[in-house]
Design a protein around this ligand. Structure first.
Ligand SMILES: [Zn+2]
Length: 213
């Protein structure tokens, strides 16, 4: 696999990078100016720059297990996701945050399984607590005929919950109040690359093409 990466980088440098070289030189001089913070899952099948056809410099990207957003909580621990959110909002002044979940998300499915109590899983066990509200909201609905439907709903409820958690960040709240920032919840389908977005008025996910900007 590493061999493929070496070859891939050689091909990218030769055929693709020349398209971006000028933009990169500009951004080195003046700094990066992305307008989007994309929060997605670390899942290897979730490839935002590919499925959104974006180029270097377009999006500041935070990926973690389950595209979870921990609530704002300042202490001396190392909060990588919180640091990325703060940097994007307060330093880069991004205009939109997209929390993008996806179908067949292992993090959401694992909320329904018992993970063993072993020292090599302690961080993931704690991290998955960020999905607990999505699970309890889903179980309240009791309308599913298949497990797959329940998992899709969990993924979508989680996106809504992570958007709520974003509001606990003072910088996020301030930028929203000043009309400088908009939050979006998207769900990406790994089987067909389709995206649905969370429509707050209808309280449901609708095709992204219908999003009025
Ligand atoms: Zn995932």
């Amino acid at each position: 696999m590493i061999k493929n990466l070496i070859k891939g980088n050689r091909l990218f440098k030769k055929y693709e990078f020349p398209n971006f070289q000028k933009d990169m030189e500009e951004s080195i001089k003046h700094g990066q100016k992305p307008e989007i913070l994309f929060i997605g899952c670390s899942d290897s099948r979730v490839t935002p720059d590919l499925f959104l056809n974006t180029k270097p410099g377009d999006m500041f990207i935070l990926r973690n297990v389950g595209n979870f957003v921990p609530k704002y909580k300042h202490d001396e621990d190392f909060h990588g996701s919180a640091a990325a959110i703060e940097y994007a909002v307060s330093v880069l002044k991004i205009k939109d945050i997209i929390v993008c979940g996806h179908s067949h998300c292992g993090a959401c499915e694992s909320l329904y399984q018992e993970l063993p109590d072993t020292e090599d899983l302690v961080h993931i066990k704690t991290w998955l607590k960020l999905g607990e509200k999505a699970k309890s909201d889903t179980l309240k609905e009791k309308k599913f005929t298949t497990q797959s439907e329940m998992y899709r709903e969990t993924e979508k409820n989680s996106i809504k919950h992570q958007l709520e958690n974003l509001l606990s960040y003072p910088g996020v709240l301030k930028a929203i109040k000043n009309n400088e920032l908009t939050l979006h919840g998207w769900h990406y389908s790994i089987e067909d690359a389709g995206i649905s977005y969370y429509n707050k008025e209808k309280d449901k996910f609708c095709p992204l093409e219908e999003l009025q900007i």
